[in-house]
Design a protein around this ligand. Structure first.
Ligand code: PXL
Length: 283
């Protein structure tokens, strides 16, 4: 039996911390098969991004259609989409193969705008395309507070602001909104994400860890949510699952290079190889 299938439409990260490497790692740990439509190649390490090379939009669309029509998909997620030309091609391809909107395949939209170093990963004129074309097709959108500010103009400083932002984002058309609280300075020991479907609000609290190694955290969360949706979980359960994967991922994040190390889902992988490859003690 093949496992559930999930497509990530996202950028690469040569350092292996965020983007497609983080997505595929997370999808594998969550027991699903990951397919890939590359939107951009980024030149980066733990210190920052020094190059972004956008893939031609028609090549992005062709990757989506190729896997959807042969392999089939149980869920999809978007990460770095680079600019409005790629967004337009992705939206058209999604409509052709039934991803998001009223189609059968649920869609997680993580509106990636910048790396944690502050390097831009989205053209400034692409925000309209997100709001107008992608959000109405999303099963759930998962912005952090920097992305919330760009998309809504709301500068969230407290829990009440998180609720305002959730309402404003829901009005843009997604079925569900998850306003992540990782960047909320007023929460010293907790990290509270807020889930909203236009009617109900659910606060998802988790511990906050004193670490700078949070590279790829948003990607890890969105990929885990997509994996759970692909397994047939309703959105609230899928988001609670994603919260658990990313919380434990931050707890188990490791240093790498001179800058920010990656959030790691590898805590969930049993170290079976230690037993099998331990050197013989002789005899
Ligand atoms: O974590 C957001 C993200 C997504 N995709 C790519 C990235 C980053 C952050 O650096 O590089 C390719």
């Amino acid at each position: 039996m093949a496992p559930p299938r999930v497509l990530t439409v996202a950028g690469t990260d040569s350092g292996g911390g965020a983007g497609i490497p983080a997505d595929l790692r997370t999808l594998a740990v969550c027991g699903v098969h990951g397919c890939v439509a590359v939107t951009a190649v980024t030149v980066q390490n733990s210190v920052g991004v020094t190059g972004v090379h956008v893939i031609p939009p028609e090549v992005v669309a062709a990757q989506i259609e190729s896997v959807a029509t042969d392999i089939g998909l149980d869920a999809a997620k978007t990460g770095m989409l680079a600019g409005r030309e790629v967004i337009a091609a992705v939206v058209a391809a999604f409509d052709r193969v039934g991803i998001g909107g009223d189609g059968p395949t649920p869609l997680v939209v993580d509106p990636v705008a910048a790396s944690m170093h502050g390097d831009p990963l989205l053209a400034g004129d692409a925000l309209d395309a997100y709001r107008r074309d992608l959000f109405p097709r999303a099963t759930v959108v998962t912005p952090n507070l920097d992305e919330v500010r760009l998309l809504t103009g709301i500068d969230v400083h407290d829990r009440a602001g998180q609720y305002d932002a959730a309402r404003a984002l829901h009005a843009m058309g997604p079925r569900w909104v998850l306003v992540k609280g990782g960047h909320l300075a007023e929460d010293a020991d907790v990290c509270v994400d807020l889930l909203h479907d236009g009617r109900t609000f659910t606060e998802l609290p988790g511990p906050r860890f004193a670490t700078t190694h949070t590279h790829g955290g948003g990607d890890t969360m969105a990929a885990a949510v997509a994996a759970a949706l692909a397994r047939g979980c309703p959105v609230p359960e899928a988001v609670a699952f994603g919260k658990r994967v990313v919380t434990e991922g931050v707890r188990h994040a490791y240093p790498l290079g001179a800058g920010h190390g990656p959030v790691s889902p590898l805590w969930a992988v049993p170290p079976w190889w230690e037993d099998r490859t331990a050197p013989s003690t002789g005899g």
